[in-house]
Design a protein around this ligand. Sequence first.
Ligand code: FES
Length: 91
Amino acid sequence: MTEILICRCQEITREDIRRAVEDGATTVDGVKRRTRACMGLCQGKTCERLVQGIIAELTGKSRAEILPQKSRMPVRPVKIGLLGGADDRPV
Ligand code: FES
C-alpha cells in the first residue's frame, strides 16, 4: 500500500493520522500530541489544513468543527529588549 505523506517536516503519513484519530484524537492538537504532525519547521503551515480535513473525514464532522492547533510563544531565546522595544545595550 502506498503511504501518503501528510506532514513532510515530521514525515507523518495519513495512516499515522488515522491511527491517532482511532486512538481518540478529535482536534489538530490531539493528532499533534500523538504523532508530532504540525511540529516541524513550518509549524503546520503546510499540513495543518490536511490534518484537519482527515480528522473531519474520519469523524464525520465538518471541517469547521475541527479545532485548529493552538499558537505557542517562540521557543528561541530572545533578548527582553527585543520584546519590549527598549534599547538593551549596557549602560
Ligand atoms: S509539513 Fe507538517 S510541520 Fe511542516
